[in-house]
Design a protein around this ligand. Structure first.
Ligand code: P6P
Length: 328
């Protein structure tokens, strides 16, 4: 683990991204332009989440999103904040959100729209009313020259050029990868900046802990049930928050494995490939971990649709392999 942030080397998100870009002669500063918009939007979302009980933003709006899920007020607010902050970045051609059935086609590649940003504006939002950590997840793709604009974003996760999340928890933490390892920032409210706290983060091994919703055990396949029985007999601990960003963040920092397997109700899995599984898989693998969708590496899945769902097994290599060993 490289340099930790200390008081005498205050490094902000922007300066860290610019320093990273210096390492790539061809870099054009485009990332910092996109990531600064994400930084601005997530600071604003964090403020709204922290005021949830004070301002009238908790609860649902009696409408459902494309997923058929009841939209929380903060889902809509978070979505609008991101669309507003990213929408005027002239190097973004397409924005795609969990909350919107179809992508927003902002500008053609020929007009400078070279990137797509896909995001879940507020994942786990049903937990907001009980003050459990929720998060924003984002994925950045470079748009191809040719092809239809509808298909332009249907790229496998190994094509992502950046991925990250912001966890609105006891602190507001931004975890980011641009393909050269994983860096972690914490929002210092006193200066309003995300400051670097960990560079080159590596996911630990040796932590026998799994994260799965065991309420669905009767819906799991026999091989997942066999893994769970084995884990119970081998002194594993279990932690499950029910908010993907919080569960994955704990696995990233402490090690272990996060599992959302196929169930009878959702045989393809529940989590969304393009803006949940893919960005989380890139982060975990960039931190030296592993991710698979049952028996296919998450990052190799060729998406057929923006809101496609997948199963997910991701975390420390030793812990993912312990699950995979049981898969038929
Ligand atoms: P379940 C939140 O609704 C979410 O999309 C993820 O954040 C979380 O990991 C998962 O669903 C929890 O699902 O079925 O265990 O409630």
């Amino acid at each position: 683990m490289e340099q930790r942030w200390t008081k005498d080397n205050l490094t902000s998100l922007q300066s860290n991204i610019l320093a990273e870009e210096q390492k790539h002669p061809g870099a054009t500063g485009e990332f910092s332009w996109i990531l600064s918009a994400i930084s601005l939007a997530t600071k604003a979302i964090g403020n709204k989440v922290r005021c949830a009980r004070i301002e009238d933003v908790i609860g649902d709006i009696e409408e459902t999103n494309v997923q058929g899920e009841t939209q929380q007020k903060l889902d809509v607010i978070a979505n609008e904040l991101i669309l507003r902050c990213l929408g005027d970045r002239e190097n973004i051609g397409i924005l795609a959100s969990e909350e919107n059935e179809t992508p927003m086609f902002l500008r053609k590649r020929a007009d400078g729209g070279r990137y797509a940003v896909l995001f879940d504006p507020l994942d786990g939002s049903s937990n907001i009313d009980v003050s459990v950590g929720v998060g924003t997840i984002f994925s950045v793709l470079r748009l191809p020259d040719g092809g239809s604009r509808e298909e332009a974003i249907l790229q496998p996760g190994n094509q992502q050029v950046a991925a990250g999340y912001v966890l609105y928890g006891s602190s507001t933490v931004l975890v980011l990868t641009t393909g050269n390892g994983v860096d972690m920032f914490v929002l210092d409210q006193s200066i309003g900046s995300f400051v670097l706290v960990e560079k080159g983060l590596k996911i630990p091994t040796g932590n026998n802990a799994y994260s799965i919703n065991e309420a669905y055990t009767n819906q799991f396949s026999d091989d997942i049930k066999s893994y769970l029985n084995w884990a119970h007999e081998n002194d594993y601990s279990s932690r499950y928050i029910g908010s993907m960003v919080a569960d994955v963040h704990r696995v990233l920092l402490k090690g272990g494995v996060f599992i959302y397997p196929p169930t009878k109700d959702k045989p393809e899995g529940k989590l969304r490939l393009m803006y949940e599984a893919n960005p989380m898989a890139m982060i975990v693998e960039q931190a030296g971990g592993k991710s698979t969708a049952y028996n296919t590496p998450v990052l190799e899945i060729h998406p057929k649709g923006l809101h496609q769902r997948t199963s997910v097994i991701l975390g420390s290599v030793d812990q993912v392999d312990a699950v995979v060993d049981f898969l038929s």
